[in-house]
Design a protein around this ligand. Structure first.
Ligand code: NA7
Length: 544
């Protein structure tokens, strides 16, 4: 085994591991596999009792992919691709978790994963060039490198409403759903939140609950998923086409199967435009969002066209015009926030046992022992479901006390918004590599994960072969990257709207102001930048 990460005499303190990875979701698992191939001693610390990250925690009813299943798994193993059969175009959570378990078994990953291990702090020591990672039970681990695989959407948030916690019935956050089945039959159920999680939950719970009451603050622009089973012929075709499909994902703007149409909205006649929108509305998946005219997310007039089209669809699908109006967003255009994909979501509101409460009109005053009290009335429930989302992108970092050189805290360093080098490194936090950190290209996340992990693996291999034990982003590189991220995000309508895309969360102190949280240029451009840094020998990174 090459032990170069330990070789330098000045840093010869005994390390428990070469690398600690925090998180055994899709990024942590793949990173473990790649670093093992370098012969490194790696330990993954995982808070849950199993692998899967997002797909481990989000067990809420109706949870499923919004991207085509076959485009959303790992691509690194041809054997794995041929062995695994996806049963639906958009797999439900349980199937995805089975897939991830299958991967963990196939590559024997569990032997290097320690479960039930929530990391509370990670501190870097300049003298010994090592990270000390501490768990909530006090257990400590030292390592040369620290890799965060903690996910952009993994720090759930509850509303800051008086009385949360006082409800005597069952209350669940969707991202902390119990492992046992929750039965809604005959129950009065409340759902707070109408993001993509709320939408998936609502359409499922409505099937069996006696009474469903949805508390909506802002509606979102939803579009049909058009899910369906994958039959034998389609399965064979998918398997034969994997190389071509992943090649396409590498070329598209955000690694999805869908990519913007090269035409502008007003370069076609109104009739053609309408026909194109109709076609997209009838097609599977994110096409209407990611495969629409090239200017719908940057040009206000173009955006207004698709927005009006989708509003008409909502009016057609919801019988009560007053309810339809409540479900139509008035403060943002289509696609400027994450588009929830739905299966008969709007029709749910035609059922007599479903009530929509607009909490802008009648705000929630408090959660009570028996239910929810708005300014208008008190509602009694058996179950309250919080589909209230996450302290996104930086929240999972904020929840760990991460300290770099000279004891500086990451939370302080990022108090005015994240500053990174390619979303992978932070100046002053040597040897810490982030997977899916702020300022990386998110899009089709598994595709981005594989790229991110491969890039980190390459620099770790470079350090290993060159006997290097310290990597830190140079300040000018961080400045250049952070300005670039801001520049590519300018003009994008989604960056002018409050949502998790822009780091806003009303439930978190200090997160009411929009920031540039994501890299919103194209995935190929992101990769070109990162590839170039590697090809030129990592000049933007101080290596020693
Ligand atoms: P989102 O998209 O952040 O949605 C959270 C929802 O909860 C949204 O409708 C919020 O309303 C609502 N919310 C949050 N806090 C409150 C309070 N205090 N009172 C009332 N309503 C509230 O999270 P999701 O889990 O749906 O999805 C996150 C991503 O995960 C998703 O985009 C996918 O990429 C996977 P608001 O709009 O803020 O008024």
């Amino acid at each position: 085994m090459n032990t170069a990460l330990e070789a330098q005499p000045a840093t010869a303190a005994v390390l428990d591991h070469d690398v600690i990875i925090i998180g055994a979701g899709m990024s942590g698992m793949y990173q473990l596999l790649r670093l093992r191939q370098l012969g490194l001693r790696v330990l993954v610390l995982e808070a849950g009792s199993g692998v899967g990250g997002t797909w481990y925690w989000n067990r809420y009813p109706g949870a499923r992919f919004d991207s085509e299943s076959y485009s959303y798994g790992y691509s690194f193993s041809a054997e794995l691709l041929q062995e695994w059969n996806w049963s639906e175009h958009f797999a439900p959570q349980a199937e995805t978790l089975r897939y991830i378990d299958f991967v963990a078994d196939k590559f024997d990953l569990r032997r290097d994963i320690q479960f039930h291990s929530r990391v509370v702090s990670a501190h870097y020591d300049d003298a010994t060039r090592r990270w000390t990672t501490t768990l909530e039970n006090g257990e400590r681990h030292t390592s040369r490198l620290l890799i965060t695989a903690i996910g952009p959407l993994s720090a759930p948030t509850l509303p800051r409403i008086e009385g949360v916690g006082s409800f005597a019935g069952a209350a669940y956050h969707t991202a902390r759903w119990p492992h046992e089945k929750v039965d809604f039959t005959g129950k009065r159920v409340a759902v707070i939140g109408t993001g993509s999680t709320g939408v998936q939950t609502i359409q499922e719970v409505a099937k069996t609950a006696a009474q469903l009451t949805v508390f909506q603050r802002n509606p979102n622009w939803c579009a049909p998923l058009h899910n369906g089973p994958i039959d034998a012929a389609a399965q064979a075709e998918i398997k034969a086409n994997y190389p071509a499909m992943f090649a396409r994902c590498r070329e598209t703007f955000a690694c999805f199967l869908h990519t913007p149409d090269p035409r502008g909205t007003f370069e076609v006649s109104p009739a053609e435009r309408e026909a194109f929108f109709e076609k997209l509305y009838a097609e599977r998946g994110f096409g209407i969002w990611q495969g629409n005219f090239r200017d719908i997310l940057t040009d206000r007039a173009a955006n207004a066209e698709i927005t009006e089209f989708v509003a008409r669809k909502i009016r057609e699908r919801v019988r009560d015009p007053a309810v339809a109006e409540k479900l139509i967003p008035k403060n943002h255009g289509f696609g400027t926030r994450r588009v929830p994909l739905e299966t008969r979501y709007y029709e749910v509101y035609n059922h007599p046992n479903v009530l929509l409460v607009d909490i802008n009109e009648t705000p929630i005053e408090r959660i009570t022992e028996t239910g929810i009290k708005t300014t208008d009335r008190a509602y009694d429930f058996d179950i309250i479901i919080y589909a209230t989302g996450f302290d996104a992108i930086t929240g999972s970092f904020d929840r760990i006390d991460i300290r770099g050189s000279d004891g500086q805290r990451l939370k302080d360093t990022w108090s005015a918004g994240p500053q990174t080098f390619m979303g992978v490194l932070v100046e002053g936090f040597p040897n810490m590599f982030m997977l899916m950190g702020p300022h990386t290209a998110l899009g089709n996340i598994p595709r981005s994960i594989e790229y991110n992990v491969d890039w980190v693996t390459d620099i770790v291999a470079y350090m290993q072969t060159h006997g290097l034990t310290r990597a830190d982003a140079r300040p000018e590189a961080v400045q250049a990257w952070t300005s670039h991220v801001k520049a590519v995000g300018t003009g994008l309508l989604s960056n002018e709207i409050s949502s998790w895309f822009t780091g806003v969360n009303s439930n978190v102190e200090g997160k009411q102001t929009r920031i540039i949280a994501r890299y919103s240029g194209s995935a190929p451009a992101y990769r070109a930048w990162c590839d170039d840094v590697a090809a030129r020998g990592y000049q933007e990174i101080a290596l020693a």
